[in-house]
Design a protein around this ligand. Structure first.
Ligand SMILES: Cc1cc2nc3c(=O)[nH]c(=O)nc-3n(C[C@H](O)[C@H](O)[C@H](O)COP(=O)(O)O)c2cc1C
Length: 207
């Protein structure tokens, strides 16, 4: 009899612990921020250009991934928009972004995140631009206080992965915890969902 009571007590405490740890991850408030710039002279991501067309809807590569993360986590979605207008065509955009990075120009973010202080986990998505994150992501880290939060950078790219941008973010945000999802090639964004889901489940962040 004593043995049965003992086993029941052990099983009860295990199930209590499991439900407790799940509840903790469910209680986290999640934000999915992203910057994207689909090029107007591209075709689609499977052909290697910076835009994705699914069911007649046009997405930037990073925007597509941001939507998936938001759906899988239940996190609020927030698109970073700038005061300046970026050229939509590839060559002009490449030149513009290079000048912006070289001159360390911080673009002004016009969209505003409501109640930023309430979020525990902030996904920050961007395309790799010139082996770095776009300058507007530097603006984001200047504009908001990320202390105490978990930052999860995610990136789409044409072959360079994150470059050194995760380390850069960790250097900028010393009072935050920085972990990153594996970078996603622009040619794989539409087939990224199951890998994303697996990773989010492992982190206890899938809804
Ligand atoms: C200005 C610019 C610079 C880029 N530089 C790089 C780079 O250094 N390395 C890389 O792998 N991809 C680079 N790319 C490709 C983009 O990272 C890739 O197309 C990305 O998926 C675009 O995402 P978006 O559609 O959300 O803007 C660059 C693209 C642009 C427009």
């Amino acid at each position: 009899m004593k043995k049965i009571i003992f086993i029941a007590a052990v099983l009860f405490s295990i199930s209590f612990f499991v439900s407790e740890s799940k509840a903790q991850s469910k209680d986290k408030k999640i934000l999915v921020t992203y910057f994207t710039l689909p090029e107007t002279d591209g075709v689609d991501a499977s052909s290697g250009a910076s835009r994705v067309v699914v069911n007649d809807k046009l997405y930037g590569a990073t925007e597509y991934v941001a939507n998936e993360i938001s759906e899988l986590t239940g996190g609020d979605l927030f698109q970073i928009k700038t005061e300046n207008t970026y050229p939509g065509t590839h060559k002009a955009l490449i030149d513009y972004a290079k000048k912006e990075a070289e001159s360390k120009t911080y673009p002004v973010i016009t969209s505003k995140i409501k109640n930023f202080q309430d979020y525990d986990v902030v996904f920050v998505g961007y395309p790799n631009w010139w082996y770095d994150m776009p300058m507007v992501i530097y603006s984001l880290f200047k504009d908001y206080d990320f202390s105490g939060k978990t930052i999860i950078p995610f990136c789409t790219h044409g072959g360079s992965g994150f470059s050194q941008s995760v380390e850069t973010i960790a250097g900028l945000e010393k009072n935050a915890k920085v972990i990153s999802i594996p970078a996603i090639s622009r040619s794989r964004v539409t087939s990224s969902r199951s890998a994303l889901e697996k990773w989010l489940k492992e982190q206890g962040l899938a809804k």
